[in-house]
Design a protein around this ligand. Structure first.
Ligand code: PD2
Ligand code: ZN
Length: 277
């Protein structure tokens, strides 16, 4: 559906979404203002989809994460070990204790399912070969441990708790890998608009290693020639959506095949707008 909308409505919409108003509430206001409900929903989607990238000139603006070497994140002192400028990437140590890693694994073990990936054509979740792993997720603050970790990660990423998706857990066996991809929703893929309706574009990822992998399982950024070895309790942060609404293609990354042992990771994806609540 193409939507005819004058500039003042568009500005109003962009402003409200940027302030964190829910999609439902802005659609309701538009309906009260005389819009047809389908037209209003399509207009919101169009504004969200308008987060168009101009990747050739991605501007590395100030990262929200504290530049300090030791960051007090909610209840824990976390150490930055390595910082990269392009892409914006930080390796952290001491994000979770060994006990917390074990507890998250234990809580996840019983409810693992074969991982799905979003089909770019339809926007539906599909089980495909690109991601040979099993996974599960926790809703935001699902239990006291997850609540503490959600709050710690939000403080570390310096991004609102309610903009975060629920923590996702993945387990890879030998041969398991995650082929190269972007964590953001590429705007040239037809299914992407459906993902932006709730929370808008993803802005940054924190990937936490929950165990030491015997061999393989590195997280690699092929465009930047970076390879990160999994280490229990460490985490890698990377940011791909700047304050100008551009997306950074250099954050393309992959999980290399596990060669021996198993690999457990926990992922937090942050959104531009509130995702939950
Ligand atoms: O397991 C990994 O190293 C990995 C690699 C790429 C995880 C993700 N992406 C992800 O969870 O998005
Ligand atoms: Zn990823």
């Amino acid at each position: 559906m193409t939507v005819a909308m004058d500039a003042s409505w568009r500005n109003w919409l962009q402003g409200n979404l940027a302030r964190g108003c829910s999609v439902e509430s802005v659609v309701e206001s538009m309906v009260r203002g005389g819009f047809d409900k389908d037209v209003a929903s399509a207009a919101v989607r169009a504004v969200l989809a308008g987060e168009a990238p101009d990747s050739s000139s991605y501007e590395y603006d100030t990262c929200p994460v504290s530049p300090d070497r030791i960051i007090h994140a909610h209840d824990r002192e976390i150490y930055s070990v390595l910082r990269v400028g392009r892409p914006q990437l930080i390796l952290f140590g001491n994000v979770l204790s060994a006990e917390e890693c074990d507890q998250v694994i234990e809580l996840s073990e019983g409810k693992l399912q074969r991982s799905t990936i979003v089909d770019p054509e339809t926007g539906h979740a599909e089980t495909i070969r690109n991601r040979s792993s099993e996974g599960t997720y926790f809703t935001l603050s699902e239990n006291p441990l997850i609540d503490r970790l959600d709050r710690r990660i939000s403080a570390l990423m310096n991004w609102p708790l309610e903009n975060g998706e629920g923590l996702q857990i993945l387990r890879y066996g030998v041969g398991g890998e995650y082929r190269p991809h972007f964590d953001y929703f590429p705007p040239d893929q037809p299914g992407h608009a459906a993902h932006l309706v709730r929370g808008g574009q993803r802005t940054a990822t924190l990937l936490v290693y929950l165990n030491d992998v015997e061999r393989g399982g590195e997280t690699v950024f092929p465009e930047a020639d970076i390879s990160i070895s999994p280490r229990k309790g460490n985490a890698v942060y990377f940011r791909y959506f700047n304050n100008f609404g551009q997306l950074d293609p250099v954050t393309k990354h992959a999980g290399a095949p596990v060669l021996a042992g198993e690999k457990w990771i926990m992922t937090k994806w942050m959104r531009r707008y509130p995702y939950s609540g």
